[in-house]
Design a protein. Structure first.
Ligand code: 6PG
Length: 257
């Protein structure tokens, strides 16, 4: 464990200077995991995070792909999402659109290897079921096997939600489904999300948390009472994988020294 890392609940915490450094390091972690996966399995599977924080990290990865000697062979990447809003893929709120604009329009991932959640579906439950079918087929993982991502990227909400697992969500205790479409009271809409079993089957999970608005939630998740029903990010404890909290100094400001 490097000097600027320390052990936290079920994983490691690394505090970096600011959002720029977080993006750079997240890009490096992503590339390192991908290189190992390519070496060991000939492909790498990644579940992208949504929201705003990952944009800068995806831009770092896109810049590397444009460099004279890119680190990664993106032709062997298989890209998924941790969650999606119930909007069309070209909607400003779409996590797919954000990743396409910042990363996927630049890196040469074959379209057949980009697996978006169909947020445009009239019936979110059907979209979730469709995505579960895609996951099982593309990982060749028939039930009850759980697909094992090489890397899952996650963010943290100010209410300690992650992916689209919100406080009080009926999906938090899920043990068999891979994908769900809960109605999120506070948003007044459905979301499509991977469930805890999938997140916890991953080889590597990386949370990216930036900014002072996340400081209280981060302290509650890492140092507060274990209440995953109220702090869904506490549900993420990889069974056989690594967990890294990559946070900037502002987000870490409320953590104990
Ligand atoms: C989403 C994300 C969500 C996000 C957090 C943090 O669809 O919004 O999956 O879980 O990671 O809300 O979002 P920011 O990075 O925008 O703060």
């Amino acid at each position: 464990m490097s000097a600027d890392e320390r052990a936290v609940r079920g994983g490691r915490l690394r505090i970096v200077r600011d959002g720029h450094e977080l993006a750079r390091i997240a890009g490096d972690v992503f590339a390192t995991v991908a290189e190992t996966a390519l070496r060991e399995r000939g492909r790498f599977t990644i579940a992208l995070a949504g929201g705003a924080t990952p944009r800068a990290s995806y831009a770092v990865l896109a810049a590397d792909a444009r460099s004279p000697k890119p680190r990664l062979d993106w032709s062997r990447a298989h890209v998924y999402w941790g969650d999606e809003r119930c909007v069309p893929p070209d909607h400003p709120d779409s996590n797919y659109r954000m990743a396409r604009e910042t990363l996927l329009d630049v890196v040469p991932v074959p379209e057949a290897q980009v697996h978006r959640m169909r947020g445009e579906e009239e019936d979110p439950a059907r979209a979730a079921a469709l995505y579960e079918t895609v996951l099982r087929a593309s990982f060749d993982a028939a039930a009850p096997e759980v697909p094992r991502f090489d890397l899952v990227l996650l963010g943290l909400g100010t209410d300690a939600h992650t992916a689209s697992l919100f406080p009080g969500s009926p999906v938090l205790p899920e043990t068999t489904r891979l994908v769900a479409a809960p109605f999120v009271e506070k948003l007044g809409t459905h979301r499509i999300t991977l469930t805890p079993p999938v997140l916890n089957a991953a080889r590597h999970v990386v949370f990216m948390v930036s900014g002072s608005t996340k400081a209280e939630a981060l302290r509650d998740v890492l140092e507060g009472e274990e209440r995953p029903d109220l702090r869904p990010a506490q549900c993420v404890r990889p069974d056989r994988g690594s967990l890294l909290w990559l946070v900037d100094a502002e987000a870490a400001a409320r953590l104990s020294a």
